[in-house]
Design a protein around this ligand. Structure first.
Ligand SMILES: Nc1ncnc2c1ncn2[C@@H]1O[C@H](COP(=O)(O)OP(=O)(O)OP(=O)(O)O)[C@@H](O)[C@H]1O
Length: 256
């Protein structure tokens, strides 16, 4: 079987992700993933749910090129990749504006463009007016907004999220979910979002992918045919509830 991680350079395919027969065994013998077949087309937003330790983060890291599969192939479009981690990972001595500019500074983006892109990203995540605040003056939700804004400045075609809102209270999580869908509606990208929260998965996505326990493989998928941007009240919609229960059933079947 061939083993590879490739970046596609087909222009229309810059945001696509394709895993075929993907497996991952770590050096200590832990098998995290087996036979993962998954295609994400440009402009789709998928969420991945599954039991703890089933390899969700590993899959995301492989998509980002931060890890390599031991079997199968991973083909990822050659568009810019944005990665938002579980922690906001801000530099505590830099204010919001300086943190948001960080990746652009590292890329050598000229000051004028940096400011323009920073302000646009800060506005998109609702942080206008907080540019001079230091991380210690921000709530957990605001820190995650800074982290998202920092990734947005690179105009990613592929946006990978590793359970970024897991540590936040429910109301803050809901607010940030709404903001992510409005960013997605304003500036489309290919999204891959790892979460334990089924409501969050359905709310954010065009498709929810359910994984089995370790070694993780794909148990099934649920399409989410709801338009963007998505209002907060969507959570009370009949179709939304039905989709949540479909994802929940798939997860429970996998746990048996
Ligand atoms: N570098 C590593 N070396 C050895 N084992 C690892 C490594 N990274 C992850 N694992 C193991 O691989 C399995 C999958 O880990 P991963 O973090 O991808 O799961 P996850 O589904 O994201 O978990 P969670 O939902 O708890 O965040 C786990 O058993 C984990 O302990």
């Amino acid at each position: 079987m061939s083993v590879a991680t490739e970046r596609n350079n087909v222009p229309d395919d810059r945001g696509s992700i394709d895993f075929s027969g993907l497996g991952k065994v770590f050096g200590n013998g832990t098998q995290a993933l087996r036979d993962v077949d998954l295609t994400v087309n440009s402009g789709e937003f998928i969420s991945i749910v599954g039991p703890s330790g089933c390899g969700k983060s590993t899959l995301l890291r492989i998509a980002a090129g931060l890890d390599v599969p031991t079997t199968g192939t991973s083909r990822v479009g050659d568009g810019v990749i944005g990665f938002v981690f579980q922690e906001a990972t801000l530099l505590h001595w830099r204010n919001v504006a300086q943190n948001v500019e960080l990746l652009m500074e590292l890329q050598g983006v000229p000051k004028k463009d940096r400011i323009e892109r920073r302000e646009e990203a800060v506005d998109l995540v609702g942080l206008g007016g907080f540019q001079r605040h230091l991380p210690k003056q921000l709530s957990g939700g605001m820190k995650m907004r800074v982290s998202i804004a920092r990734a947005l400045t690179l105009n990613p075609e592929i946006f990978l999220f590793d359970e970024p809102f897991g540590a936040l209270d429910e109301l803050t999580r809901e607010r940030l979910n709404t903001e992510v869908t409005s960013v997605f509606a304003n500036r489309p990208f290919t999204g891959m979002f790892v979460t334990h929260n089924i409501f969050e998965a359905v709310f954010l996505s065009t498709r929810v992918v359910v994984m089995s326990g370790r070694p993780g493989t794909i148990l099934g998928e649920v399409e989410v045919p709801l338009p963007f941007p998505r209002p907060l009240g969507l959570r009370f919609d009949g179709l939304f509830t039905k989709l949540v229960s479909e994802v929940s059933s798939l997860l429970r079947e996998g746990a048996q």
